[in-house]
Design a protein around this ligand. Structure first.
Ligand SMILES: C[S@@+](CC[C@H](N)C(=O)[O-])C[C@H]1O[C@@H](n2cnc3c(N)ncnc32)[C@H](O)[C@@H]1O
Length: 271
């Protein structure tokens, strides 16, 4: 069977579960709510949301996700998990209000908002679908400031080693034109301004430093969207192998046990 390149392996890392759990806790969910999980992927956050609403009569999680293979993995992993009803809907966050029964109590968009070009459309859709007082929560580790200064040497070394390995072992290199087109991520301040200009009140915004292990970097190097971002135009298998090789080499040369990365956590309420 060919490799799936999903986020499932990475999403089992304790540091990743912790940062997602922290966001869910900040949103103060009660049992019995109706919650939307945008970009649900293989269900890492969906499982946390179901657990947060345990024993709640009428609790419902609507997992919205564009990738059919990811939905299939999530569906399998959520069978017989917890009490809430989980519904899966295939679609993007930019127009999700057409796909769910409104109003909902909370909307989550975890580790995915940076992937979306039309961020204002997502924020407006969240506002439209929420009841008064409902919350929109997201987290991301791809924003301006995600890479603390003390981690920059590692990132440079990682990419240098990965690119060299790709060239020497596979005679491949990323597509320079696509790399140049990569969008500049938003800053924390830009995310807050986007929410406030669309009627939200920002209740929580935290930058959480996360010590990432070598296993974390190896596992993210097996995820298709990460590989395509780091090595555009390169087939997934060799790109993944080169990224893992580079991460191992950089950790070893720099004598690291972990390398820090910042996560931005935001909770905003509909006023
Ligand atoms: C890194 S995964 C995050 C999965 C899960 N939310 C988590 O936190 O572990 C990003 C997910 O966003 C999805 N995605 C990409 N573009 C999207 C869009 N426009 N709308 C909704 N989801 C999107 C991808 O298919 C992928 O499953």
């Amino acid at each position: 069977m060919s490799k799936e390149f999903t986020l499932e392996k990475f999403s089992q890392n304790p540091f990743y579960q912790e940062v997602n759990r922290r966001l869910v806790a900040l949103a103060n969910l009660r049992p019995g709510l109706r919650v939307v999980d945008l970009g649900a992927g293989t269900g890492a956050v969906t499982r946390l949301l179901v657990a947060a609403m345990a024993n709640g009569q009428g609790a419902e999680v609507i997992a919205v996700e564009p990738s059919e293979p990811a939905i299939e993995v999530a569906r399998r992993s959520l069978e017989n998990f917890g009490d809430a009803v989980v519904r899966f809907v295939q679609g993007g966050a930019e127009r999700f209000s057409q796909l769910v029964r409104m109003p909902v109590d909370a909307v989550f968009f975890c580790n995915a908002i940076h992937l979306v070009k039309e961020k204002a459309a997502v924020v407006q859709e969240a506002y439209r679908s929420l009841r008064q007082g409902g919350t929109f929560s997201f987290n991301t580790s791809f924003f301006q400031g995600a890479e603390p200064p003390e981690s920059l040497q590692f990132y440079r070394r990682w990419m240098m080693k990965a690119l060299r390995n790709l060239r020497e072992q596979y005679d491949l290199s990323p597509d320079k034109a696509q790399r140049a087109l990569a969008r500049q991520p938003l800053s924390r301040e830009e995310y807050i301004a986007l929410l406030e200009s669309n009627g939200f009140h920002v209740c929580e915004n935290q930058v959480v430093p996360v010590p990432m292990t070598l296993k974390g970097f190896e596992d993210i190097s097996e995820y298709s969207l990460f590989i395509e971002g780091a090595m555009p135009g390169v087939p997934l298998e060799p790109a993944s192998e080169a990224l893992k090789f580079g991460a191992r080499g950089a950790f070893e040369e720099l004598g690291l046990e972990t390398s820090p990365r910042n996560w931005l956590l935001v909770v905003a309420s509909k006023e």
